[in-house]
Write a protein that binds this ligand. Structure first.
Ligand SMILES: [Zn+2]
Length: 97
């Protein structure tokens, strides 16, 4: 995978956006045209993401949050943890009081 290559948005054999990548089974998130983040469940909801005229729902990128703090789905607000952590939570875990 290269940063200069356009991202290919993968779909599973059912035509759905997968919730994890293969190999690795890291959690995938979906970036929308307006810069929002969607979890896989919301990315698959109601086929809304097929509308290129709605930037809040138009998916332009599929990615893994590799490290750093968790992100939150802009639609359902579910927490999506980064693959390797690095946010405040893991800092606390590494340095128990
Ligand atoms: Zn969601």
């Amino acid at each position: 995978m290269s940063a200069t290559q356009p991202d290919v948005i993968q779909r599973d054999s059912f035509g759905k956006y997968p919730s994890v990548c293969w190999p690795g089974l890291y959690t995938l998130v979906y970036i929308t045209a307006d810069g929002g983040i969607l979890c896989a469940e919301c990315a698959n909801s109601d086929g809304q993401t097929d509308d290129p005229d709605d930037p809040q729902w138009h998916i332009v990128q599929q990615t893994v949050i590799w490290e750093g703090p968790s992100v939150y789905c802009d639609h359902c607000n579910v927490e999506i943890e980064s693959a390797y952590g690095g946010g405040w939570r893991s800092a606390l875990q590494n340095n128990p009081l």
